[in-house]
Write a protein that binds this ligand. Structure first.
Ligand code: SF4
Length: 321
């Protein structure tokens, strides 16, 4: 409560404004307290790079990342390590993200000891509490990661991430390495924890159904830029950008009676090292106009739903006449 007083009421938990950095080509978004922003796009769209920038695994050359109003893009590594108590990560691969030589109890104790969260006398009790919270039991603390299934390992990864009582978690494709039958259990667990602890998530995925299930808002990335961002219900019920429409048309529909025409994109996604001029999507867009080849569209916003497409700008202008 004390901490919250230091920030104006409406300060988002995270704001990011980046110029060109690696696979990210100028993006700007915010995430509010208790909110999940889903970040979706093909491989090479820059979504994983965005997560790495926030975690300072990649140094931004320009731009800023504000966490609770404070710029963390240029702070010293030692200071950022202290802030990692509040900013955690859940990795994609539960098979690679847990040290096979450590017991689960030691894995969960590590962040408690690094950040001096509680006294060493309380470690055992806290490990049991964390294991119970993610649906595992006290006896699992003595085991090693190879004794668990993929879903159980991801539960342990989640327990490790919440051990420090963070405010914000980067979730980097946390269910894509798991069987579909296990995915919903892990997603439901993450949503329960979010509600209980008022967590904010940046949820990176390329499965649209997963994004729809967990997000409050969704941002669609293409070649390092956000091309559409808005409330998840708006974007899914009324996608505006031709790239978002194509992605959605390729996403499986759970109801076999609902038919949807697949929009097939021309060519492969261009290399991030050779981004097309104007609208970077113009080489694959069936609606491409002359202007699209030389003029880059900027995000235009209506009712909190923003789209970077010249077609949307025209529609918006007409609706305002
Ligand atoms: Fe297609 Fe032009 Fe819109 Fe780009 S700006 S998505 S090329 S219509």
């Amino acid at each position: 409560i004390e901490l919250k007083k230091q920030f104006p009421l409406n300060t988002p938990i995270l704001e990011i404004e980046m110029a060109r950095v690696c696979a990210v080509n100028g993006i700007s978004f915010h995430i509010d307290e208790g909110e999940t922003l889903g970040l979706v796009g093909e491989s090479g769209s820059g979504k994983t790079t965005t997560g790495k920038l926030i975690l300072k695994l990649i140094e931004p050359s320009s731009g800023k990342i504000l966490f609770e109003g404070r710029d963390i893009s240029n702070i010293h590594d030692r200071e950022f390590r202290r802030m990692r108590r509040d900013i955690q990560v859940i990795f994609q691969n539960p098979y690679a993200s847990l040290d096979p030589k450590m017991t689960i109890g030691d894995i969960l104790t590590q962040p408690l000891s690094i950040h001096k969260i509680i006294s060493p006398l309380e470690y055992k009790k806290e490990c049991v509490r964390l294991l119970n919270m993610v649906g595992l039991s006290a006896k699992d603390a003595k085991k090693f990661s190879h004794e668990f299934s993929g879903g159980q390992r991801q539960r342990i990864g989640i327990a490790r991430a919440i051990a420090t009582k963070p405010k914000f978690i980067v979730c980097d494709e946390p269910v894509s390495a798991l069987d579909v039958s296990i995915q919903s259990q892990i997603l439901n667990l993450m949503m329960e924890l979010k509600r209980e602890f008022k967590l904010s998530y940046l949820f990176i995925a390329h499965g649209l159904n997963v994004i729809k299930h967990v997000s409050d808002r969704v941002a669609v990335m293409y070649l390092g830029k956000i091309v559409e961002i808005g409330p998840v219900d708006h974007v899914f019920s009324s996608p505006k950008h031709p790239y978002t429409k194509a992605l959605m048309s390729a996403s499986p529909i759970p109801d076999p009676d609902v038919k949807r025409e697949r929009i097939r994109l021309k060519d492969e996604i261009p290399s991030p090292l050779n981004i097309p001029s104007g609208c970077s999507f113009h080489t694959r867009c069936q609606y491409c106009m002359d202007v699209c080849k030389y003029k880059e569209p900027q995000l235009s916003t209506e009712n909190g739903h923003s789209v970077a497409c010249h077609l949307f700008e025209v529609t918006l202008e007409h609706s305002q006449i």
